[in-house]
Design a protein around this ligand. Structure first.
Ligand SMILES: Cc1ncc(COP(=O)(O)O)c(CNc2cccc(C(=O)O)c2)c1O
Length: 458
């Protein structure tokens, strides 16, 4: 039933049997899901023949763009050779070895050891186990608390979902013990009359307050995204990360940088930690690791943590598909393409500078309060009053939803997070494709604005 049934039939079957993630099931069933058939570069085609420019690279992940046949060929060859074997019982296989070595080569500093998973959530669950085991071995088994940020996102497993600071996720199934949250460095909405620099320090210093409240001897680690992605592309003030780093070093707590979105070129360097001057003990990776062509994630672990945990007998953790040979082979080919075609340099030297000029110009739009971009992840804050950085009357997210609907109508995919619009296109996007993306975004903003005016909401 792949591409041959008519859309309505596919939608009916989907509504009858498919439980979608993060979706209002009944609402979608009534409306019918958009059936995506194929992708090419930055373009998607749906079952109604619409050609859509994918401003979100799938879910922040299709860094090299759709339709790269080399990855399919590598997958087929690996499937023929060794479709699966595990790395549990003192066995390994070439794809897992080669990918771990390649990641160690690309990762900064002494981040030389990779624990594989099939997703970012699973990798963050690994991280919870790793840091708690590290302190056990160091003779401080009480050091279990991990501090994270409200409105951070670290996945949807019980561990990853608890590390995340999104209350609706905690409300659906609960939160595990030993996780604490501090406020996010979101100056535009929460900075009041502080300067960005002051605000960055103030929010970072909440970490020290929380450490003292929990008791320094009880804190295992701090986890944060260099730039919060699913939280709305919240780019922290430049004073934030150096202060977080200083506080982590002062209390000797481990620092985990969650690079699931910011990793593999998204911010104009291989890793977001390099863009923000963060020296983490552990990095969470997924998404751009394989450009989403195969489900794979992992934790890149520094020498010290790897030696402590690795030198203390069996580490009782792992997954059937940790380092899956097909996923690993495809990820390796993805990274080869990124290196050979200088994709990260393209982001830094061509796509980011070109997009930045046009993205910044959106801040002139009457609906836009702030337009920010780092590498190829950007956000605009929608507001009824720029000077006051005001929220809209009525339920938060209503305007964001209306704007996202206009984007879809204009065959552009942009994500709405609350009343912020965000983009994270494939890293291979060209200047002419950027023009199309921004033109469609501007048209959607104009239509959204006109609609709000007509409905007396502005
Ligand atoms: C920083 C970060 N950490 C962990 C995860 C979890 O990865 P998995 O989904 O592979 O378990 C993510 C995932 N980020 C993510 C996933 C799904 C949707 C959206 C959105 O912004 O709509 C964002 C993420 O952005």
């Amino acid at each position: 039933i792949t591409n041959h049934l008519p859309t309505a039939e596919l939608q009916k079957l989907d509504a009858a049997h498919h439980f979608h993630p993060f979706t209002d099931k009944a609402g979608l069933a009534a409306k019918g899901a958009r059936v995506i058939l194929r992708g090419e570069g930055v373009w998607l085609t749906d079952s109604e023949g619409h050609r859509i420019i994918d401003g979100m690279a799938g879910l922040w992940c299709v860094n090299i763009g759709y339709g790269r046949k080399e990855l399919a060929q590598v997958a087929a060859r690996q499937m023929d050779e060794l479709p699966y074997y595990n790395t549990f019982f003192q066995t390994t296989h070439v794809p897992a070895i080669a990918l771990a070595a390649k990641i160690a080569e690309l990762a900064p500093g002494d981040l030389n050891h990779v624990f594989f998973a099939s997703s970012g959530s699973e990798a963050n669950d690994t991280n919870i186990r790793l840091v708690r085991r590290y302190w056990d071995v160091k003779g401080m088994p009480w050091r279990k608390t991990i501090i994270a940020r409200w409105n951070g996102y670290h996945g949807s497993t019980m561990g990853g979902g608890s590390l995340g600071g999104m209350k609706p996720i905690h409300a659906h199934g609960g939160k595990i013990d030993g996780i604490e949250h501090i406020d996010q460095p979101y100056w535009w909405a929460e900075g009041g009359d502080m300067s960005e620099d002051e605000f960055g320090l103030a929010r970072a210093r909440q970490l020290e307050e929380k450490i003292l409240q929990v008791g320094p001897d009880n804190v295992a680690a701090f986890i944060g995204e260099p730039v919060q992605g699913a939280g709305g592309v919240i780019i922290p003030p430049r004073t934030y990360w150096p202060e977080i780093q200083r506080i982590c070093q002062k209390y000797g707590i481990l620092l985990i940088a969650d690079e699931v979105i910011t990793g593999f070129g998204r911010t104009g360097q291989w890793f977001g930690s390099q863009t923000f001057g963060i020296k983490p003990h552990i990095m969470t990776i997924a998404k751009g690791l394989s450009s989403g062509y195969q489900p794979i994630g992992g934790s890149i672990v520094c020498d010290e943590v790897a030696e402590v945990v690795g030198g203390a007998g069996e580490f009782f953790h792992g997954y059937t598909y940790s380092g899956h040979p097909v996923a690993a082979a495809v990820a390796l080919e993805n990274l080869r393409i990124m290196q050979d075609e200088k994709v990260v340099e393209h982001v830094r030297d061509v796509a980011h500078p070109y997009l930045k000029e046009r993205w910044d110009a959106l801040a002139e739009h009457p609906l836009v309060g702030e337009a920010k971009l780092v590498g190829l992840m950007g956000s605009i804050a929608l507001t009824p009053d720029k000077a006051k950085r005001a929220k809209f009357a009525g339920e938060e997210g209503t305007v964001g939803y209306r704007c996202r609907e206009r984007c879809f109508a204009n065959d552009l995919i942009m994500r709405a997070v609350g009343d912020r619009m965000i983009i994270a296109p494939p890293l291979v996007i060209t200047p002419s494709e950027i023009d199309i993306l921004v033109d469609r975004a501007k048209k959607s903003l104009d239509e959204c604005y006109a609609g709000l005016k007509k409905d007396g909401l502005l």
